[in-house]
Design a protein around this ligand. Structure first.
Ligand code: ADP
Ligand code: ADP
Length: 227
């Protein structure tokens, strides 16, 4: 079963076709880079995959089910994590309180929330600031906290929209290491970016989108052989 599969996925904004008959195929255990210039249709696609934006036409399958089906969708959403481009954290919570809140929403027990939460804060080098309110966080720290929150329930499939955008090199490296470890353990990561260098450094597979069309989809070895 593919982790992600779409069939002729299409989105119109009024008369404008932002995503045009896209057929994605993402194998479990891949770190899949969805690459394209600004305006190519990456955010529109990831929003249709994660249930934020309804496709105009076409089908999405995640982990073997339809996230847009009322019954299947609930089960699938429990198994996926999302780090959106525009972060919405609660300003008046500390990092630790925020993770506790997210953990309770996912019905995790307190011991799991604490142990896994501390582990993620350490991996992302956020230890020592867990008592600060998130309103005081830099952009990079917020990106890392959003990633920690998405990983807390241990999703099988993780989506990230431009996770390296506007973060410093050290932060980029800790995010990169965490994502690479995550797929090494059998989970699947789907990440959008407009930076080819990021795909070359971290991804196992790539899909290239331009003007709403998928123009390439292959492994990194295949991409290197072609270029
Ligand atoms: P990317 O994430 O690759 O930068 P987007 O998916 O955000 O691309 O946008 C794809 C195209 O759709 C762009 O031309 C953008 O201007 C357009 N677009 C995005 N959102 C809307 C919207 N809500 N209404 C109209 N056009 C939109
Ligand atoms: P750009 O400014 O080209 O859009 P980013 O903002 O995505 O690039 O990245 C900022 C800096 O961090 C760049 O110097 C880039 O090379 C580096 N960087 C981005 N992602 C990674 C990564 N996964 N590993 C290491 N360095 C990275």
């Amino acid at each position: 079963t593919p982790a992600i599969q779409t069939r002729e996925l299409t989105k119109y904004y009024n008369d404008f076709q932002a995503v045009n008959n896209v057929n994605l195929y993402v194998e479990p255990g891949s770190l899949y880079g969805f690459l394209g210039p600004n305006g190519a249709g990456k955010s529109t696609t990831i929003k249709m995959l994660t249930g934020i934006l309804k496709p105009t036409s076409g089908a999405v399958e995640l982990l073997g089910g339809d996230p847009w089906d009322a019954a299947q969708g609930i089960e699938i959403k429990k198994r996926i994590g999302v780090v959106p481009e525009d972060l919405a954290l609660f300003d008046n919570l500390t990092a630790r309180e925020y993770l506790a809140f997210v953990g309770r929403m996912h019905s995790l027990d307190k011991a799991t929330i604490v142990s896994r939460g501390e582990e993620l804060l350490t991996l992302l080098k956020l230890e020592g600031v867990e008592k600060k309110l998130t309103v005081e966080y830099s952009h990079g720290m917020k990106k890392k906290l959003a990633l920690a929150a998405a990983l807390l329930p241990n999703p099988s499939l993780l989506f990230l929209d431009e996770p390296f955008e506007g973060v410093d090199v050290v932060t980029a490296r800790s995010i990169r290491d965490l994502l690479m470890d995550y797929v090494a353990n059998g989970s699947t990561v789907f990440v959008t970016t407009h930076v080819m260098e990021i795909v070359e450094r971290i991804c196992t597979h790539v899909g290239i989108i331009a003007n709403g069309q998928l123009v390439e989809q292959c492994s990194l070895e295949e991409l290197r052989a072609k270029t």
